[in-house]
Design a protein around this ligand. Structure first.
Ligand code: BES
Ligand code: MN
Ligand code: ZN
Length: 497
């Protein structure tokens, strides 16, 4: 879909999208359209319960005076509730209604609305951003799909007073949307296409945007002493990698924000093998790494004024003659030892070394990891919130705030000594699973905390949010790209001042 911005000029053909505010209030272009169509717009308002509530849409096909056009009335609701996120959702609704009507080209007329705190340019840019986010589709393997099954919309022209300002406001949002789509692509790809080396190759592409990318191989990881990460990958025919991505958008003296991602490109469970039903879902067990790569893309593409480093641990967890056994004891880069009681609790082993490496090398101001870490977080929070664990209240608050503004919600979970103790008691410094059955997302987080070296740290368990089996307001079903908008906002609000 090609998106453009221009000064308002009522078209006479194709689809025309116009907003209707709560109570059926029309803006300037709504009134102009009403005149051209001899009252068709105002007649439709109030008809069949359409009153301009947020989320409502109505289609008027070939109305009098505009016989070659389709009008889409787009409910905006109350002006005071129309913030950036609501505007994004409205833009996504417009996209969906246009696809349903098989529109090939559309013009979105942006009118100001009373009570709305967004400038016209921001309103237009966020409407466009929402449409763009909703339009993602992973269809590269559908070789026989008929053209009429593909989304029809090829062109969306956003018309607004001060079109240039809107285009300028959209530029950083487009960078974020590109980052989100990078993550969605990586997460959607199957394990035979995205594996440690190919994922590392995708990371390398960030160098075009000015990101410094280093790819470490198994020999280098051995030298660093990353026995936990390497143990997970040792059953796979694919070589394990650790990728380091550095974006330097601020003064050298500024310590970076570190983002660390779990990149298990396929998780069979290893020798503690998973049941076969649903195992294909474990192709997206690299969702944390995917989110880090997408965020680095977004930050670099919009030239964020912050120093951010991304570290992703890339491994494939397979059962084989060389695979790690239950009971194996591995030595981590930190020197601490871990008894691997369950080879399916592998994400924490990868992160133990990746987190230690990130804090040891970069001495970050804060460190945030993202991981599809536990089924238990889905039991606790379902699919609507990622689990947030943090050893620092300010950091937790900042992440919660970024979640609220972007709609990528996070919910804080507890950490504590009583949970931590559940990893003790075996022949190594800790076991990789807890002695009890309950609170599995928490005990997993406790293990991670032992590798943070007291740096301000947060862990996001995104097992319930990286993938969605049903569409959400801003996305089709499938890979959500969760984390990119959240982290981009978090960096923008706290580290670019
Ligand atoms: N990758 C899984 C967690 C997961 C499950 C993510 C379902 C997304 C959807 C993780 O590696 C895992 O297997 N965790 C185990 C831990 C257990 C063995 C302690 C789990 O949650 O069952
Ligand atoms: Mn697992
Ligand atoms: Zn896993």
């Amino acid at each position: 879909m090609k998106l453009t911005f221009a000064e308002p000029k009522l078209p006479s053909k194709d689809a025309i999208v116009v907003s209707v505010a709560a109570g059926g209030t029309l803006g300037a272009s709504g009134k102009a359209l009403d005149k051209t169509t001899k009252g068709a717009v105002s007649r439709a308002v109030g008809h069949d319960g359409f009153s301009g509530k947020a989320g409502e849409t109505r289609m008027l096909f070939a109305p009098t005076g505009l016989e070659e056009a389709t009008i889409l009335l787009l409910g905006f609701g109350e002006g005071k509730a129309l913030d950036a996120l609501a505007a994004r959702k409205a833009g996504a609704n417009a996209w969906q209604a246009l696809i349903a009507a098989k529109a090939g080209a559309a013009t979105l007329m942006v009118d100001g609305i009373t009570g709305c705190k967004l400038s016209l340019a921001e309103l237009a840019a966020n409407l466009a951003f929402g449409a763009r986010l909703r339009s993602y589709r992973f269809d590269r393997y559908l070789t026989k799909e008929p053209a009429d099954k593909k989304p029809s919309l090829e062109k969306l022209a956003v018309m607004v007073k001060g079109g240039a300002a809107a285009r300028k406001a959209y530029a950083p949002l487009e960078a974020v949307a590109d980052g989100v789509d990078v993550t969605r692509d990586l997460v959607s790809e199957p394990g035979n296409i995205v594996y440690p080396k190919t994922l590392a190759d995708e990371c390398r592409k960030l160098s075009k945007l000015g990101v410094k990318v280093e790819v470490l191989n198994e020999k280098q990881l051995e030298k660093l002493g990353m026995g936990a990460l390497l143990g997970v990958g040792q059953g796979s025919a694919r070589e394990s990698h650790l990728v380091v991505m550095q974006w330097s958008g601020a003064a050298k003296s500024k310590k970076p924000v570190a983002l660390v991602g779990k990149g298990v490109t396929f998780d069979t469970g290893g020798i503690s093998i998973k049941p076969s039903a649903g195992m294909e879902e474990m192709k997206w067990d690299m969702g944390g790494a995917g989110a880090v790569v997408g965020t680095m893309h977004a930050l670099a593409a919009r030239k964020a004024k912050a120093n951010v480093v991304g570290v992703v641990g890339l491994v494939e967890n397979m059962p084989s003659g060389t695979a790690q056994r239950p009971g194996d004891i591995v030595t981590t880069m930190s020197g601490q030892t871990i008894e691997v009681l369950n080879t399916d609790a592998e994400g924490r082993l990868v992160l133990a070394d990746a987190l230690w490496y990130a804090q040891d090398r970069f001495k970050p101001q804060v460190m945030i990891d993202l991981a599809t870490l536990t089924g238990a977080i889905m039991v606790a929070l379902g699919f609507e919130n990622a689990g947030l664990f943090a050893n620092d209240d300010k950091l937790a608050q900042n992440l919660i705030a970024a979640g609220e503004t972007t709609g990528e919600a996070v919910w804080r979970m507890p950490l504590g000594e009583v949970y931590d103790k559940q990893l003790d008691g075996g022949p190594a410094d800790m076991a990789n699973i807890s002695s009890g059955r309950w609170g599995g997302a928490i005990t997993a987080a406790q293990l991670l905390q032992r590798f943070t070296n007291k740096v301000p740290w947060a862990h996001l368990d995104i097992a319930g949010t990286a993938w969605s089996n049903k569409p959400k307001p801003l996305m089709a079903k499938g890979a959500t790209g969760f984390g990119v908008q959240l982290l981009d906002r978090f960096v923008q609000d706290n580290y670019e001042g």
